[in-house]
Unconditional design. Structure first.
Length: 259
């Protein structure tokens, strides 16, 4: 039974694990480069390499594509949770944590919290660079808060699912392969072109997968385009993914650390 004291202890231990994971990220040059440089490079590629050939409406292509770039990079960033958690298992550090007086849930929540924080910072950098390149959102402070909430919800959900995949994988290399879908789904959505331009069979998939309503919600909040039922669908998808990932990660963590 969870008492207030146990909940407070778990929160304190989770904060300690969050601090540990942040320090690991800051001390890893390759992680820092990929975290910051990759999103900016993807943005530059779509704006300057593909942008001139894209016709998506009356506005500039950069205004259309930025929400998709943000989610593409958030998906990649969240997927690193699987590799980090699998690495902790492979290197035996979690066995050491088990011998310490810390809440077992803190290991998972620390990784997920670090992923959310890191990806929100990365997204801020992408938006800043996009503004320098000509991105002109037509929004207000309240809608910016909505964008932040939708993005945090999406990253939170993917991070829990990524944690479950990292615990399912037998090594960090396999964990990296398991999360390939995080990078694939935005390409088959409304991230870079309207779904109406796709073949009918692909259009049906693009319209009914989790990334499209999240992108359409963010695009509507940033650019004032119609949102319709996308916001509700985005919340439902993210809640379902987060709950599935949380339950699966908890069960797999108990199984992997029970011996």
């Amino acid at each position: 039974m969870n008492t207030p004291a146990s909940v407070l202890r778990a929160a304190k231990d989770s904060t300690t694990m969050l601090d540990r994971n942040i320090r690991h990220t800051l001390r890893s040059p390759d992680t820092m480069i990929m975290t910051i440089a990759l999103p900016v490079m993807i943005l530059l590629m779509f704006v300057y390499v593909f942008g001139g050939a894209m016709e998506v409406g009356p506005g500039a292509y950069i205004d259309y594509v930025v929400p998709g770039i943000i989610l593409l990079c958030a998906g990649f960033g969240a997927s690193t949770t699987a590799v980090a958690l699998s690495t902790d298992l492979a290197e035996g550090i979690i066995d050491r944590f088990r011998a310490m007086a810390i809440a077992r849930s803190a290991v998972l929540t620390g990784h997920v919290a670090e992923s959310v924080l890191r990806n929100l910072i990365t997204s801020g950098i992408v938006i800043g660079v996009a503004v320098l390149l000509g991105f002109r959102p037509t929004t207000d402070p309240l809608r910016w808060l909505g964008v932040l909430g939708v993005l945090a919800m999406f990253v939170f959900a993917l991070s829990w699912l990524s944690a479950a995949l990292g615990l399912l994988a037998r090594n960090p290399e396999a964990a990296n392969g398991f999360t390939f879908v995080f990078m694939f789904l935005p390409y088959v959505s409304s991230a870079f072109v309207p779904t109406e331009s796709m073949p009918s069979w692909l259009h049906a998939f693009a319209e009914n997968q989790p990334v499209t309503p999240v992108i359409e919600t963010m695009r509507g909040l940033l650019m004032g385009t119609p949102i319709g039922d996308s916001a509700l669908l985005a919340v439902l998808w993210c809640a379902g993914i987060a709950l599935t990932g949380y339950l699966a990660a908890g069960a797999l963590f108990r199984r992997r650390t029970s011996t």
